[in-house]
Design a binder for this molecule. Structure first.
Ligand code: ATR
Length: 279
């Protein structure tokens, strides 16, 4: 029996077990994937003992994505650059970790908008936390020409731009008018309206008419931000597909087969979030 898990604190809301156990069943693999609640003071112990715990690896979620880096023997270049991890795996008995959030984001855009090309285009990313860094890193790897990074706290946007260089331009959230006419991919990574009652004031009327609008949040499936974008006529990409796509690489590292993200899987998880969901 091959065993993996997801660790976080709290962890009971994680939908990762639904995703991985669906793929294990579908591919006929004798494996298991469960939730493990690991409080911050037990994180080091858990990760350093992973090789002797009978686990092949784990996903790492809030609040451990950044602190977990300290307790991993080898970080890949994505993990080092973004300073955060979501996937831990073993090689020759030692722990390795990566971040698959950026890849999950980009693959989800291509899943929903198959004709979209990252190369040579301009994106605007709202928010300057861990997801923002992972997405910016991935967009640059895929040839995005320019990325405007808008955040309420300018210092955080400036710090990220400093890591990635001249192709990332920091600006205040109040300045979206200036970059919107050339933006053809707009991404919300802020928790405004999700973790609090705030609503982002986004000047959609100024946004390039051919733009795609995406959100990394997926509860509710259509976030207030996506609702506003739809009302202005833009095609939207929800965050749930990113959750599904970020899980693919972890599954293949642990269980040895690359699973597929399907509409059936999407519907199953969407119904777990919103029981009335209709595809
Ligand atoms: P992540 O999950 O990506 O790591 P995070 O580190 O919690 O996210 O960051 C949340 C982001 O949402 C931040 O960019 C935060 O802005 P600040 O850097 O100014 O704190 C942003 N955010 C949260 N509430 C917001 C609000 N009401 N208006 C604007 N931005 C908000």
């Amino acid at each position: 029996m091959i065993k993996a898990c997801v660790i976080g604190y709290p962890i009971k809301h994680s939908r990762s077990p639904l995703i991985h156990n669906h793929w294990l069943r579908e591919l006929g693999i004798h494996g298991s994937y469960e939730r493990r609640e690991v409080p911050p003071n037990a994180l080091e112990d858990f990760l350093t003992h992973l090789p002797v715990e009978g686990l092949v690896g784990c996903n790492v979620t809030l609040p451990h994505k950044e602190t977990a880096c300290r307790y991993i023997a080898h970080l890949d270049d994505r993990a080092r650059l973004t300073g955060s991890i979501n996937t831990v795996y073993l090689r020759q008995g030692e722990t390795w970790a990566t971040s698959t959030d950026g890849e999950g984001f980009a693959e989800n855009i291509l899943w929903r908008m198959p004709g979209y090309r990252f190369g040579g285009n301009t994106a605007t990313v709202l928010g300057a936390g861990g997801s923002s860094r992972a997405i910016i890193d991935e967009l640059l790897r895929r040839g995005m020409r320019q990325i405007f990074l808008a955040n309420r706290t300018m210092e955080k946007a400036e710090a990220i731009a400093g890591v990635f260089g001249r192709d990332v331009v920091p600006l205040p959230l109040s300045d979206l008018d200036t970059c919107f006419p050339e933006t053809n991919l707009l991404v919300n990574t802020t928790s405004a309206g999700i973790a609090n009652d705030a609503r982002l004031h986004v000047p959609f009327a100024r946004l390039h008419k051919g733009a795609i609008v995406a959100d990394v949040n997926y509860v509710p499936l259509i976030t207030p931000f996506l609702c506003d974008a739809q009302a202005c006529g833009y095609p939207v990409v929800t965050g749930l597909g990113m959750l599904l796509h970020q899980a693919v690489t972890g599954f293949s590292l642990w269980f040895g087969q690359r699973p597929k993200v399907t509409e059936d899987l999407h519907t199953m998880i969407a119904r777990d979030i919103n029981p009335g969901y209709q595809p």
